[in-house]
Design a protein around this ligand. Structure first.
Ligand code: NCD
Length: 308
């Protein structure tokens, strides 16, 4: 058995068995909740801190819900758009909050690497879970995307998955690639404008296809990404109408994919920029299922790092 995780900062190099254990547990928790268990008590007496230095809707609320459903107490510490930066201020904040006796810190920060810095500076016994750091990793999103695909298509060895859009700035894309390649997805294709693609050497085993029409052909799942303007210089901003015509997912393009292709997006979605409204709300959209799975995946991760 792969060892129990104390922290979760990235999916990179996580053993397949660990990822599968977390997905299996998320499914078991979903079943337990479906059968009427409103609140489990595995984390009673534990305190979880949501420490968000960047805005969040889905991730923060679902971590909060996940912790509460497992019986933990939750403190929310939203720094939002404040200019609090790395360094002493962050660690002062950490130690101040730790003095209140925490068991886990869920952190989101614009700087890649902040969760690992917290792992090094946090008091022993405090678990750190990454809720998104810069463009580096968003491990629970990678897990919930893998779970959503697995529920429909467990035959990963036959699947082609396309990730389209602003991949360069996307921590979701990175965690998705790590999860899906570890789980044995046959082919992962990345598509987007050259200026928004990662360096080819970052993912040597992943196919880069500039033309989205070509990339989506025969795909079993397509994950659309938002233009992450907050991580771009204003000169890099593509014209939105031109972007939609080349990289937007509309019905015509979806028809090029395999029958029943799963349409996914981590949210927040920008209708008419990276995805047409009728596709986002259409029969093949799994976007709200992703949101629902987020709660169970986060319960599974909290249970992994905190259960006694
Ligand atoms: C993503 C994020 O914050 O990285 N959102 C999310 O967690 N659901 C993607 C994004 O902001 O575009």
């Amino acid at each position: 058995m792969s060892p129990r995780l104390r922290h979760l900062t990235t999916l990179e190099n996580l053993p397949r068995a660990t990822i599968e254990r977390l997905l299996d547990r998320a499914e078991a928790l979903r079943d337990a909740c479906a059968h009427g268990t409103r609140k489990l008590d595995v984390l009673t007496g534990r305190t979880v801190l949501n420490l968000f230095f960047e805005p969040s809707t889905r991730t923060r609320t679902s971590f909060e819900l996940a912790a509460r459903r497992l019986g933990a107490d939750v403190i929310n510490f939203d720094i939002g758009f404040s200019s609090t930066s790395k360094g002493e201020e962050l660690f002062d904040t950490l130690h101040t909050l730790e003095a209140m006796h925490l068991d886990a810190i869920i952190v989101r920060h614009k700087h890649s690497g902040t969760p690992d810095e917290l792992v090094h500076h946090a008091m022993s016994g405090v678990s750190v879970i990454n809720a998104g750091d810069g463009n580096r990793a968003h491990p629970t999103q990678g897990l919930l995307d893998a779970l959503t695909i697995r529920q429909h298509r467990p035959d990963f060895e036959n699947l082609t998955v396309v990730i389209c859009g602003d991949i360069r700035h996307s921590r979701v894309a990175r965690s998705d690639v790590h999860a899906l390649s570890t789980l044995g997805v046959k082919e992962i294709r990345l598509s987007g404008p050259a200026s928004l693609m990662p360096e080819p050497e970052e993912f040597p085993h992943v196919v880069h296809v500039d033309d989205f029409d070509e990339a989506i052909r025969g795909a079993d799942a397509v994950i659309m990404l938002r233009l992450q303007k907050e991580r771009m210089a204003s000169t890099d901003l593509p014209d939105e109408a031109a972007y939609f015509s080349r990289y937007g997912l509309d019905q015509r393009r979806l028809a090029l994919a395999a029958k029943g292709c799963l349409v996914m997006h981590p949210g927040p979605i920008n209708r008419g920029i990276e995805i047409a409204s009728d596709v986002a709300d259409g029969a093949q959209s799994r976007i709200l299922e992703q949101v629902g799975n987020g709660v169970f995946v986060r319960m599974a991760v909290l249970n992994e790092v905190l259960a006694r």
